[in-house]
Design a protein around this ligand. Structure first.
Ligand code: IMP
Ligand code: MG
Length: 170
């Protein structure tokens, strides 16, 4: 069961607009590449992309670490980027940072490929569950510890189509 909206559609829309404006200001004159982490970030990325007003490219990565609600801590690369990122200003777009294990793995992999810069934009951040600290350049919203779904985020592949963010209840 899903509780009442934790973050409503209108709040998502407004925050994504602000993030797009900030990114467009910060990356003027740069080789901006948004790297979406499949599949949770796709809805956020699609909206964020349209809020960016400077030239921008997009690529995707897929990793897997979750079965059900708990992080296994084991991260696997399921799909690599299609293009090299050397010299690009890479902004990794994530749905949510929880323990930080997935992010730490992905950043380690991407750093070896000589991007001009490598930063993170996450829609949601669960600061209290963090095991590995990572600098997050853009954060949409801090959320409490519960398991959230919607706007791309899933529980065993369900609820990604919910247009708002809600908390999963037992
Ligand atoms: P981390 O490695 O623990 O930081 O987990 C990051 C990944 O786990 C995210 O990219 C999500 O796909 C997934 N995840 C973590 N917390 C949640 C949640 O509350 N709802 C849905 N997915 C989550
Ligand atoms: Mg996920």
């Amino acid at each position: 069961m899903i509780g009442p909206p934790l973050i409503a559609e209108e709040a998502l829309r407004e925050r994504v607009r602000q993030l797009g404006a900030a990114i467009s200001r910060d990356y003027v004159g740069k080789q901006l590449l948004l790297v979406g982490l499949l599949r949770g970030s796709v809805i956020f990325l699609a909206d964020l992309l349209r809020a960016v007003t400077i030239p921008v490219k997009v690529d995707f990565l897929a990793v897997s670490s979750y079965v059900g609600r708990d992080s296994s801590g084991v991260v696997r690369l399921l799909k690599d980027l299609d293009h090299p990122i050397a010299g690009m200003d890479v902004l990794l777009v994530e749905d949510i940072i929880d323990t930080g294990l997935t992010l730490s793995y992905v950043l380690r992999v991407l750093k070896t490929r000589d991007p001009a810069s490598l930063e993170v934009c996450t829609l949601l951040n669960k600061p209290r569950s963090r095991l590995i600290d990572q600098p997050l350049k853009y954060i949409g919203f801090d959320v409490p510890d519960g398991f959230v779904v919607g706007y791309g985020l899933d529980h065993n592949q369900h609820h990604r189509n919910l247009p708002y963010i809600g908390t999963l209840k037992e």
